[in-house]
Write a protein that binds this ligand. Sequence first.
Ligand code: GDP
Ligand code: MG
Length: 598
Amino acid sequence: TELSRIRNFSIVAHIDHGKSTLADRLIQLTGTVAERDMKEQLLDAMDIERERGITIKANTVRIEYPAKDGHTYVLNLIDTPGHVDFAYEVSRSMQAVEGSLLVVDASQGVEAQTLANVYTAIEADHEIVPVLNKVDLPAAEPDRVKTQIEDVIGIEAHDAVEISAKTGLGIPDVLEAIVTRLPPPHEGDRDAPLKAMLVDSKYDQYLGVIVIVRIIDGVLRKGDRIRMMKTGGTYDVDDVGVYRPAMTSTGELGPGEIGYLNASIKQVRDTRVGDTITTEKHPTQNALPGFKPSVPVVFCGLFPVDTNDFEDMRDAIEKLALNDASFTFEMETSAALGFGFRCGFLGLLHLEVIRDRLEREYDIDLITTAPSVIYRIHLRDGEMMELHNPADMPDPANIDHIEEPRIKATILVPDEYLGDVLKLCQDRRGIQMDLTYAGTRAMVVYDLPLNEVVFDFYDRLKSVTKGYASFDYQMIGYRQDHLVKMQILVNDEPVDALSMMVHRDRAEGRGRAMCEKLKDLIPRHMFKIPIQAAIGGRVIARETLSAMRKDVTAKCYGGDATRKKKLLEKQKAGKKKMRQFGKVEIPQEAFINALKMD
Ligand code: GDP
Ligand code: MG
């Protein structure tokens, strides 16, 4: 295809503003899929992605569109992840296209992720076409939202395309706008050596690793021997093609095109997003700048509820890691929980997705320990260590100071909830950076410790604003603060899975809450059990679980043997879900529930 007849674009939107529905419409209207094969949300492939309405990996689809000018255009849509955890992934895949459709729900207006995503598109030098969706809704106010886009984002919006992705209204106008208002690929020399960008890769259980590529120069052909310039890996290309959205072999891809290649690559880890792909025979001289790999920011321990599941869990984790190079794991042993894994994630949603998949697809019940961020511990001898697990905390006597990661959080919220949002941010040790108005909504920007956000910030924000606030964040760096490790002792023994890093001023409150919760969660024993929270050797909170008066079976008046037997059996079954800890048995739910903050 000639460059002038190609348009490569992405769709950026806040969650639920209609990105997937619009993509479906574009695919449907251009007859890319037969009507009978049409099912909703064609691009969101994985079950979990579908259920949660999110995209985790970049997907691409080729659409052929006969435009009003009489020419047929090839439109390549890259669908990028839609959640803040994957923001860095989004910014990378946006480098593979020249334009974006900015979809805004005309009844809601601009939200936090609208801003975050459109700024990413602007940084990638995209031409942007604003699209107002859901104009079929009685509450739609397209004119107000156009003004808002101009005021808040600062881009021209008077000629925004007004559509309803639901009814199909305006979809032809979107296709025309893509052709007339978005630019063709800027460069591309068919005769030059191959230069292609590795956009993303995913693991398919039948085909192995599939790589999404954007061709800059040259032609990629089936049978080529390719080289990844960063990793140095060389592979024979078995297949080249495009998604329509079903995989369709084309035998080659030329300049400006986006498609897939399949080259018997074993694991996703062998591919690096942003790498330059060239051929062994005629390599290009200048590689693309490349990207930093994304790094995990949230860590937690995952342990099987049933210790016999450990080997199955190892297999499952290794399989998941095949498809997800941004997720890290290493074995961990805990006195309370036995063998498990310390895992690293891009954010809390990423953590939940991996945990869900382990439980659902691999049928393993898990205990998740308190999520932790990466602390920088500066030791007295001048060394600095990164702490991923409170259990590895060095002796406080050797610590000079500790730094924690901070984020810049942008929150958009209707006026009437502003007070609650400010209070929540203040409670979480936030520092206000900005407060402005975008129409009837306030936009607050806070500098917050990531550690205060990973627990339940998002849930709290949703609940204090009845779901009306939107939230987005980016990491901004590290800052020193008074951080301490708080331990929980049950019957005078530390339970390492419940250790956490907290701010010194918050430690007492947190500690008290934990002890109270555990008192309710741990069943009574034949003896008194002290439950304490401590910093170093100093106890900061304490509860006592009183002893059971008598043997439970004594209640059965001795005589009734069957009743007694039944009771003992019931106790035994209950024990399976308990973990013996010293002399104390702690139920599994205690670990999970104790970490939930209210
Ligand atoms: P995404 O999160 O941006 O991908 O949003 P979806 O495409 O999943 O849409 C979110 C919800 O809005 C779904 O329930 C859609 O059916 C609905 N929706 C999408 N477009 C329209 C529209 O034009 N009008 C109305 N009324 N609902 C829409
Ligand atoms: Mg979607």
